[in-house]
Design a protein around this ligand. Sequence first.
Ligand code: UDP
Length: 426
Amino acid sequence: MNPKTERRIALISVHGDPAIEIGKEEAGGQNVYVRNVGEALAQLGWQVDMYTRRVSPAQEEIVQHLPNCRTIRFSAGRLEFIPRDKLFGVLPEFIEKFLKFQQENSLSYDLVHTNYWLSSWVGMELKKAINCKQVHTYHSLGAVKYATIDNIPAIATKRLEVERQVLETAERIVATSPQEKAHMRQLVSTKGNIDIIPCGTDIRRFGSVDRETARDALGIDADAKLVLYVGRFDPRKGIETLVRALSRSKFYGDERLKLIIGGGSVPGRSDGIERDRIENIVNELGLRECTTFAGRLSQDILPTYYAAADVCVVPSHYEPFGLVAIEAMASGTPVVASDVGGLQFTVVPGETGLLAPPQDVPAFTTAIDRILINPEWRAKLGEAAKIRVQKKFSWDGVANQLSELYTQLIQASVVSKESVPALLSK
Ligand code: UDP
């Protein structure tokens, strides 16, 4: 191994900036994943450079998180937010900037870990230019997404082609759940190497607040029946299913019932439009009185919200992993989630929460009510949920597995580079 490049790693996340506020349009699980994986790898001794796209002149070009972990932002295309479906055209410029920065700063990477299909293309191009290995995490699969939406974007054909290409050529694909791996095999390609390494959560942060303190802090009555949603405003997150389910609940009209919907939005943008739509439905269903739109919740305040809740609902139409579920579970709160994707991996029905078919309003009502009706069972589910996350889904554990994978792939490349001259001299 080149001593200069030893244990230096590039995490590439073109559209998911690891240094920005989470919970706004297009800023969600991927940003959290890259940031936390980056910092945890840095704690293990890696030099971590996280590359993303700069979206405004106000943003710093380099953000130092730890002495050996930083975010580096490149301008590519117009210096403004561009929705991800319109970003493919700016990638060649992003690659140019990456190579220039690497040269100017005498950096070299044996391995790049790319995130989402846009960055996977960047990684595949970089492999041609700098002879590095590639690890890739999808975060979302086009083949799954396009099966659940009506308006297929123009970029779909390209995305599906790139997603197949990276599966077949990357040194390793990281699936975050067995369900995601199965989808890759069924819908993308039977070729390529896949490891399962889950997403994680900060088990010191989530789980740090007890229920009583949390309710006091938020001004929630001890006998309230508190249902919580946390996440982006996107029709595929299924918030409509949740509010419709509550309008059929046994507790509908009971003043103890409270719904908190946490998540940021920008008026006029896609998430602002979805928030308006949900607010209209809430009003129509007569849930206005019991519902609070809490806006974007910072990672500092979120543990208090999760701990205060009786149940956290994740009603997504699809979810490759679903960080919110494990954050709630780590906080000792049971989860009612859609019976899809990574949620089938994290939530154990009857042990840490309940699963319901996606968009099935009566099934969500039944599951939520079962938990709200029975506080003893709720507490038992919450305790088991917390233990499950501590055992299986901590960032430290995830980073250890990734670190082992990188080391193994880098060493394999050293062995194969060294064995060429040895073979030639025979
Ligand atoms: N999030 C947040 N504040 C909010 C809403 C969401 O910090 O107001 C975070 C949430 O804690 C989680 C992430 O955004 O870490 C959402 O990740 P998830 O995998 O659940 O969904 P995605 O956004 O990737 O679809």
